[in-house]
Design a protein around this ligand. Structure first.
Ligand code: FAD
Length: 436
């Protein structure tokens, strides 16, 4: 176990540099015993993964644990199709191992650089399936007293543990229950909002993969529809022009002054739509190879909200009106990523008890994200429709607000108090949300 207590300028900085905290003690763990000792011997401690979260949930205590070197593949069980990994492993490494076995995790987020522990802790999800942690069959966790406990599908607390922000303990080893890998045949094209919105129910009933990259202020969405096919499926592949790879760089350039001149966002979006979202595409591959973004040109600040599927269309119509209303400054960078999650029973999952639609909101100019009026406007509207924020992303709602949103909120709080009676795992941000 490596300790670093010397440097007076110790500062923890998130990926997009919007969250910063000083600390006095950084512990780098590479095995479970070191993790146990670190947790047992410190009275206030947070563990962080690859620091991608926009919300202030990863640091803010004097002692921090860096877990990314605790990243081995522990075992592969070919009979049960289970893969057990250490929590600091990156999703990228884990998927590569799973794919090499001919298997998959059938619903993946659009980022593979996250750690497994960080992704699970925050309810990270993909499209048209369950949140990632629903594909876990066993969580091995270090509890607040340093002891180990394993949670399987048979334990009552497991659905609390699945999304627990490191508040009930720290994930040590994770076992994924995998499925046979499959090929997705994907068609991508722009559509008017009235067209894709009107066909949404049919898409979800017909296709295995449905994702809309909505382009605010353009009246269009870029619709991605996928069907599972056999390996020998024949089709005419259609690639987009090579310049498409410069989309993020061009967006960053066009949006650089939109905090000063928000209205220019609408013009920038129209340019981006014409350049990057009009070419159609037809391709095929595994879910991972064909749909997950592997690299990003620049940082960004993110918010994401989910809402009951039955309320989405009304919300969308109102959202469009609000964003196109020129009397406010709520202009949004492209795209707003629209995805779909199946109902689960995970206490702090966005899809707890109901099928939901998730909608991302990106600010591509992270240093000035505080001036991005759209974050507040969108939060207000989603809360009006009973929407829930993504735990890892930007939001303002606090304790009382959550009480109304999560049927199991009080149960989670009671379990947290039982499993962490001295509040070892709380930082100031999480204290405001989970104690009152
Ligand atoms: C560009 C980008 C794209 C994204 N795409 C998606 C997406 O498609 N879908 C989606 O749902 N989200 C997405 N996210 C959000 C992302 O999945 C979360 O922010 C995730 O938590 C980041 O993982 P990390 O390893 O960086 O964890 P960190 O941000 O370092 O930590 C996140 C939280 O997990 C806790 N934690 C870390 N390790 C452990 C552990 N071993 N045990 C218990 N708690 C732990 C930390 O204390 C913290 O509270 C995206 C974020 C970015 C920046």
């Amino acid at each position: 176990m490596e300790q670093n207590t010397q440097n007076k300028n110790n500062q923890w900085i998130s990926w997009n540099e919007n969250v910063k905290h000083s600390y006095s003690n950084m512990i780098k763990v590479a095995n479970e015993q070191d993790l146990q000792i670190a947790i047992k011997e410190n009275s206030s401690i947070r563990v962080f993964g690859n620091r991608f979260s926009s919300a202030d949930i990863s640091a803010g205590t004097q002692t921090l644990v860096e877990i990314s070197a605790y990243n081995k593949i522990v075992s592969i069980n070919r009979n049960t199709k289970e893969v057990t990994v250490q929590a600091g492993a990156s999703l990228e490494n884990v998927i590569n191992v799973i794919q090499a076995c001919g298997w998959c995790i059938p619903c993946l987020p659009d980022i593979d650089k996250v750690t497994i522990g960080g992704a699970l802790a925050t309810g990270t999800h993909g499209t048209n399936g369950y949140i990632l942690s629903k594909y876990v069959s066993k969580f091995r966790m270090v509890l607040a007293d340093g002891s180990i406990k394993e949670f399987t599908n048979d334990d009552l607390e497991t659905d609390a543990v699945r999304v627990s922000l490191g508040l009930l303990g720290v994930f040590s080893e994770i076992t994924f229950a995998c499925e046979d890998n499959y090929i997705l045949h994907l068609k991508e094209e722009p559509m008017r909002d009235s067209a894709w919105l009107g066909q949404l129910d049919d898409y979800l009933a017909t296709y295995d993969f449905v994702r809309i990259l909505w382009l605010p202020h353009t009246d269009h969405g870029y619709v991605i529809l996928g069907t599972k096919v056999n390996k020998d499926f024949q089709f005419d592949r259609k690639d987009t022009p090579a310049y498409i790879k410069h989309r993020r760089k061009t967006s960053k350039f066009l949006y650089q002054y939109t905090h000063k001149y928000p209205k220019f966002t609408a013009t920038a979006n129209k340019i981006l739509y014409k350049l990057f979202f009009t070419p159609k595409k037809e391709h095929a591959g595994s879910l991972y190879d064909a749909t997950v973004t592997k690299s990003r040109g620049a940082t960004m600040e993110l918010a994401e909200w989910s809402v009951d599927y039955s309320k989405f269309k009304d919300l969308f119509v109102e959202l469009k009106q609000v964003l196109d209303d020129k009397t406010n400054k709520a202009y949004v960078h492209v795209p707003m990523d629209i995805r779909f999650l199946k109902k689960d029973n995970v206490w702090l999952s966005n899809a707890c008890d109901t099928n939901v639609v998730t909608m991302g909101c990106v600010c591509r100019n992270s240093p000035v994200a505080d001036d991005y009026e759209a974050f507040d406007t969108i939060e207000e509207l989603f809360l009006k429709y009973g929407g829930k924020p993504h735990w890892a992303k930007r939001f303002k709602v606090q304790h009382d607000g959550f009480l109304k949103l999560y049927p199991k909120w009080k149960d989670f709080k009671a379990l947290r108090e039982k499993m962490d009676p001295t509040n070892k795992f709380l930082n100031p941000y999480l204290t405001k949300i989970f104690t009152k």
